[in-house]
Design a protein around this ligand. Structure first.
Ligand code: SF4
Ligand code: SF4
Length: 88
């Protein structure tokens, strides 16, 4: 599978890994990932589950803006994120 690649400032190959999902079972709604995303990809809202509807969780609101930096995953203490390279 070929994947989308770029170069860093020094000319070394860089393979972005784009956000694919946030595990609702792991997310505790701390909001750290939403603050750290420089591209405005992530949103914040009530959980879908009726039993936990008063609790908050992060969501992927604008996936098309993701640059594949994985800052969200690195800041998430619950390891709720999944990322993948983009097939081309
Ligand atoms: S950092 Fe992790 S636990 Fe906190 S809101 Fe984001 S996904 Fe949920
Ligand atoms: S990978 Fe980077 S740009 Fe994409 S959602 Fe996470 S922090 Fe935002």
């Amino acid at each position: 599978m070929s994947v989308y690649k770029g170069l860093n400032y020094g000319g070394t190959e860089w393979i972005p890994k784009f956000v694919t999902s946030i595990d609702p079972e792991k997310c505790i709604g701390c909001g750290r990932c939403v603050k750290v995303c420089s591209q405005g990809v992530l949103g914040f809202g009530n959980k879908d589950d009726d039993e936990d509807a008063d609790r908050m969780q992060a969501n992927i609101a604008r996936k098309e803006r993701c640059i594949g930096c994985r800052a969200c995953a690195l800041t998430c203490v619950k390891k709720a994120y999944s990322h993948e390279p983009k097939a081309v």
